[in-house]
Design a protein around this ligand. Structure first.
Ligand code: UDP
Length: 551
């Protein structure tokens, strides 16, 4: 296997000499371990110690040089899950001189990205925690290109979705267990360690109950570009149609080949009357209904189907991450078992609602206890509860709503989320009809402009004193530079006026480029004035430099 790393491509003696002379070099971004990614020259890994090794020499570099704060708690997170104590990265240190007492290192010539997969068995985790972050980490560092080598250090085997990880680069990813095949010491010529968290939108509830991340930094645009790139790699032809002016004949033409996908689970969290649900959906929407499942189809063939669907219907579960491949304007319908509150488990709702994702989201929950099938006798990780004390079992059985809880072993949560459901057809139809009312119509749903206004230019103020207690303040400005190139539906300006020394201000929204204020304006007073431009009600520009206006 070591030929695969093609030692021939680098001059072994040059590499060894460079390592011995220069040691390891590290430069990182990020102030904290949670936002840090590090780039290394000659980072080594001892498969014997199962540790990364930093070799010190006169010309080695370690930035940040944290001293022993490097262990409080770690240099960086190796997975995209924030500050998880099983996902920390660090290295051991040795003087480069000790190399001569060690077995000869094997050099990895490829530019390498070293990371932990968080939960490679679960499709949601694969996409949210690994594929999207790795894809955009690779975009961040241009030498992490299609030839980059990925190394997964979490210690798991390939897992059921390894083909998806293979799409990230043309080189076979390496697993931790494979590193020992390369000898006792391997050294990565150039490597990056850690993952960007920029694209993640959900936190799983390790320190507070699960929910959307507090500070989301990703939009539908980046998710869709990632989806498109992955589809290209899977040789899927996108059927997403070019945006058309919404003429009625074209609407009808499109309607003909619209279809609904029911994503079915075959082992747990079943829809017990799936056939009936499919029939009713077909009737209600006058569309074909296609079922897919991870058990029956290849992933690419599922994505091919989903990428052309008008609606995706599924029980809550990891398979719903495939909604990121839905075309714009499609609807996601997420079904929840009895006693599970849809508002508290929103990874897919949050995804569908990202700005620019252009998906419509509807949830339904089973509120009829007679329609649920529980599995108290299963092992605890599939929601069994018979291992619990009798009283606790009875409390869980009597409860009609899982209270908020932390990840990941709450037995009441597991018990409820692994129920099978006989879906009540009238109530689903009701929710769908109601939910479709708020779906943006074809014509309205033209992708909204994402362009923000620039600063207003040449802001000025003029003042005059009228009487001993009356004054006027005229503020004027020019349009932002980028506006002359744009067609904007609505342009407004916001002016804030603050009397110097006061800590409140008066905000005004104005349609024109100048205004004379006379109410609440006092003579012989200094006012601070801020002006900014607003496009289409919610695209706020930056404030121009503050004006000091003395009446
Ligand atoms: N899964 C599946 N069919 C099933 C049950 C699970 O395809 O009947 C898949 C599921 O989509 C996920 C993985 O198996 O990728 C683990 O499922 P689990 O129920 O543990 O996680 P969840 O779906 O609740 O995130």
């Amino acid at each position: 296997q070591s030929q695969e790393l093609s030692q021939a491509r680098i001059d072994y003696h040059v590499a060894l000499q460079a390592l011995q002379e220069h040691g390891t070099r590290m430069v990182c971004t990020g102030k904290m371990h949670t936002d840090r990614i590090c780039r290394f020259d000659y980072l080594c890994y001892s498969s014997e110690a199962e540790e990364f090794v930093f070799f010190h020499s006169n010309s080695s570099v370690m930035l940040p040089n944290l001293g022993s704060r490097r262990f409080q708690p770690a240099l960086l997170d190796l997975s995209s899950v924030e500050d998880h104590n099983t996902q920390y990265f660090n290295f051991l240190e040795l003087p480069a001189a000790t190399l001569k007492f060690m077995s000869k290192p094997v050099f990895v010539p490829d530019v390498t990205l070293i990371l932990n997969r968080f939960n490679p068995d679960n499709l949601m985790h694969v996409f949210h925690d690994d594929l999207l972050p790795a894809y955009y980490t690779m975009k961040q560092y241009s030498d992490l290109d299609d030839e980059a080598r990925l190394v997964f250090m979490e210690g798991w085997s390939e897992g059921p979705h390894f083909d998806l990880y293979r799409l990230l680069s043309s080189k076979q990813p390496l697993l931790k267990e494979q590193l020992r095949n390369f000898g006792k010491l391997m050294c990565f010529t150039k490597s990056y360690v850690g993952l960007s968290k920029m694209t993640t939108w959900y936190q799983y509830g390790f320190v507070q109950p699960q929910g959307p991340k507090a500070n989301m930094l990703v939009s539908g645009n980046e998710i869709r570009q990632f989806a498109r790139a992955l589809m290209e790699k899977m040789n899927i032809t996108s059927v997403e149609e070019v945006e058309k002016e919404g003429g009625s004949s074209e609407d009808e033409k499109e309607k003909k080949d619209e279809y609904i996908v029911v994503f079915s689970r075959s082992t747990t969290r079943l829809i017990l009357n799936e056939a009936e649900l499919i029939m009713v959906l077909a009737q209600e929407f006058q569309m074909r209904v296609v079922t897919v499942s991870l058990e029956d189809q290849s992933f690419p063939s599922i994505i091919q189907v989903i990428s052309g669907a008008s609606m995706l219907v599924s029980m809550h579960g990891a398979q719903l991450i495939t909604s990121l491949f839905l075309p714009r304007r499609a609807t996601v319908v997420e079904l929840f078992p009895f006693a599970v509150n849809p508002e508290q488990y929103t990874p897919y709702k949050t995804l569908a609602s990202l700005p620019g994702m252009d998906l419509h989201y509807i949830s339904w929950r089973n509120t009829n206890e007679e329609n649920t099938v529980t599995h108290p006798d299963r092992p605890w990780e599939q929601g069994g509860i018979t291992h619990l004390e009798k009283e606790e079992q009875e409390r869980i059985l009597a409860s009609k709503d899982v209270p908020r809880h932390l990840c990941c072993r709450n037995p009441e949560w597991l018990f409820r989320i692994y129920q099978d459901t006989l879906v009540d057809i009238p109530s689903v139809l009701e929710v769908l009809k109601e939910g479709m009312k708020s779906k943006p119509s074809m014509k309205k749903s033209k992708p909204a402009s994402l362009v923000h206004p620039g600063r207003v230019r040449e802001p000025q103020c003029q003042t005059s004193v009228q009487t001993t207690n009356e004054a006027k303040l005229t503020v004027s400005w020019q349009i932002p530079w980028n506006l002359k190139y744009l067609k904007v539906r609505e342009v407004k300006y916001e002016v804030w006026i603050q009397e110097q020394g006061e800590n409140t201000y008066m905000p005004y929204i104005l349609p024109q480029q100048n205004y004379t204020f006379s109410e609440n304006i006092k003579p012989f007073t200094t006012y601070l004035v801020w002006v900014r431009c607003i496009f289409n009600k919610n695209l706020l520009g930056p404030f121009a430099d503050v004006l000091m206006c003395r009446t």
